[in-house]
Design a protein. Structure first.
Length: 315
């Protein structure tokens, strides 16, 4: 009697930012548009994994979809700097080898996560910044766009509103961090993480947050977990959030949820807010956030699929 070969197992989780999103308060168009974007990103990453592709290819594919969706603060739809332009940050990390690539302050590369991947695969560096990063992108024939392509009228109005608030101080006054990210485990058991962001509305002086910093907003290690973060980056940098979660899992034996909740509580204790998504060894997915909502979604080889925004959904 023959027995069916077990289906290879893979898992994928994505986020589109954490913030002050409350049920009944978010515009219907934003809610439905964000959910559609999350589903499209899940489809892109799942297609890679279902075909036996790598976790690092899957997280890049998912994040690139979100970078092209103006509902999120990454790629097209990125917030404006104080001066009225856009500077974009991204990172990617392969848990199999702990190779990593990142970019900060890119201004003309359509998909910053693709640039981060190129830094990882085609250079001996981890982090490139500013004009040098875009020059590297051009040399490797990554798609370029005019900086204005990243902007939307909604984001322009957010900058105008923020400048009109004397208490703004260079930070998002509505506390919506639309950073995007993905974590995955492939059929070979390897994990990866990727994160991309336009940063904070009205940011100045070349400010860089946690997203492109390996160990702060992005981290992946087959021995522990893969993490992508979103939130008030200065606090995530100080806590070393992504690495700290993986370290607690590896050395203390904490579950993904236990480690994430402890670290996010530390961030909250310092005055920061936000959230993380993570995949643990074996493919288990989880998240933790200290805001009223976080755009998130997950899918796996066994058919499980979920997209959610608000804190009152746990599955």
């Amino acid at each position: 009697m023959s027995t069916a070969t077990p289906k290879p197992r893979w898992t994928l989780m994505i986020h589109g930012g954490a913030g002050s999103m409350r049920r009944g308060e978010l515009p219907v168009a934003q809610e439905s548009g964000a959910e559609a974007g999350l589903n499209a990103a899940l489809d892109a990453g799942a297609a890679v994994l279902e075909a036996g592709g790598s976790a690092v290819d899957a997280v890049q594919a998912a994040v690139q979809v979100l970078e092209d969706d103006p509902h999120f603060n990454a790629g097209r739809g990125s917030v404006f700097t104080w001066e009225g332009g856009h500077t974009l940050d991204a990172a990617i990390m392969d848990g199999r080898t702990r190779a990593a690539g990142a970019v900060a302050g890119s201004t003309t590369t359509r998909h910053p996560v693709a640039l981060a991947r190129a830094v990882m695969d085609k250079s001996r560096h981890v982090l490139l910044a500013g004009e040098g990063a875009d020059q590297f992108a051009r040399e490797h024939q990554l798609e370029q766009v005019d900086n204005a392509w990243f902007g939307t009228e909604e984001r322009r109005q957010q900058l105008k509103s923020m400048k009109g608030d004397s208490a703004g101080g260079g930070f998002d006054v509505d506390m919506k961090y639309g950073t995007v990210g993905a974590v995955a485990m492939d059929t070979h058991g390897h994990v990866a993480a990727a994160t991309s962001t336009g940063g904070l509305t009205g940011k100045r002086w070349g400010r860089v947050g946690d997203s492109p910093l390996i160990g702060a907003g992005t981290y992946a290690d087959d021995r522990a977990c893969a993490v992508s973060a979103t939130g008030s980056g200065e606090f995530f940098i100080r806590e070393g959030v992504a690495h700290e979660i993986c370290a607690r899992m590896r050395f203390k034996g904490e579950t993904a949820k236990q480690a994430a909740d402890v670290v996010m509580a530390d961030v909250k204790g310092m005055g920061g807010v936000g959230g993380v998504i993570l995949v643990a060894p074996g493919g288990a997915l989880d998240w933790s956030f200290t805001t009223p909502g976080m755009y998130r979604g997950k899918v796996s080889a066994d058919g499980e699929r979920m997209v959610a925004i608000y804190e009152d959904r746990r599955d």
